[in-house]
Design a protein. Structure first.
Length: 321
């Protein structure tokens, strides 16, 4: 079920997941969500950068490149197709989503998200902040290296502050809620903004569990690097997901427009390792299975890992005024 604003969030919600983009929580935590649903809960996923850009927005070369890569462009041959569990006929308007029309792209991606979260039996709220590639006129971020690993443009600082204020207000209303937020592995700008806003929740003692941003976490050394730079002493907590891993994989597949972008490199890596050609979807299934098993002490079960903040190691690294 879709919620329309923060005021729709009632105290019935005990588990609240913060997703920078549409796919992050499903990619990283859907095994845990599945286990909570099995126990009779109704988790909520709040996607922060889910805003629909104005039709007047002039897109940067980078944004158009991303759209093409996701499979959206002006040619019908690049139609967004849903495969896997059933097949959904998408409205013609969205099938023909032009590489120049960011609104159509986000509306199509919202449909992917709604389908995945409905499948998982989670509720969802989309906030209206624009994704990094759509911010600024002219665009603040022109290069991939700025998006991942770059610095947040000072003109974007208000997002972190506003988001932190809204989260703190919600925490006051729902003090018993458990929050799941990105650890910020991989340093995507939008993940950094959410992670910084969540510091405000941690500082007031909210029950926050930081999830391992997937698939960034599978990169060699990425997790260790992030743990080292964190402002908090972090203690790992494992959740067993043997029974629900398939839900995470199936729901992840529903973000069809993102699969190639996120798992093409993984597919290349596996293909050369096992001397057999894997496509991006097969690689996604395999890496989710392999990674969740790799973090189990005996490597015999599948786990999702969360990092629980304890003592602050340094003064406010990410100040929220
Ligand atoms: Zn993301």
């Amino acid at each position: 079920m879709q919620l329309n604003s923060f005021s729709d969030i009632t105290s019935d919600y005990q588990y609240i997941y913060l997703s920078p983009h549409f796919d992050d929580v499903v990619y990283s935590c859907a095994g845990t969500i599945g286990a909570q649903v099995y126990r009779g809960h109704r988790p909520l996923v709040i996607t922060v950068f889910a805003g629909i850009p104005s039709s007047r927005l002039k897109l940067s070369v980078l944004a158009v490149k991303f759209h093409t890569y996701m499979g959206f462009d002006q040619f019908a041959s690049k139609i967004l197709k849903y495969r896997g569990v059933g097949r959904v006929v998408i409205q013609l308007r969205e099938m023909l989503a032009s590489g120049q029309d960011a609104g159509a792209v986000i509306r199509a991606r919202r449909k992917e998200d709604a389908r995945a979260l409905t499948y998982l039996q989670a509720d969802y709220l989309w906030l209206d902040y624009l994704e990094a590639i759509y911010r600024g006129s002219p665009a603040y971020y022109h290069r991939q290296s700025q998006l991942v690993g770059g610095e947040v443009n000072p003109a974007d600082r208000w997002i972190e502050k506003q988001l932190a204020l809204d989260l703190l207000t919600l925490h006051k209303r729902l003090p018993g809620a458990v929050w799941y937020a990105p650890l910020g592995i991989g340093r995507h700008l939008d993940h950094q903004i959410v992670t910084s806003a969540v510091d405000a929740l941690i500082q007031v003692g909210a029950n926050v569990k930081l999830y391992e941003d997937f698939p960034y976490v599978v990169r060699e050394g990425a997790l260790e690097h992030r743990l080292e730079e964190s402002a908090w002493r972090l203690v790992p907590e494992l959740v067993e997901v043997c029974e629900t891993l398939h839900l995470r994989q199936t729901a992840a597949e529903m973000y069809s427009s993102q699969t190639k972008m996120n798992f093409e490199n993984v597919a290349k890596m596996y293909s050369s390792q096992i001397k057999k050609s894997l496509d991006s979807k097969e690689a996604m299934y395999k890496i989710m299975g392999d990674y969740t098993q790799s973090i189990h002490p005996e490597k015999t079960e599948h786990m999702e890992r969360y990092w629980i903040p304890g003592k602050a190691l340094r003064d406010k690294v990410n100040p929220v005024e």
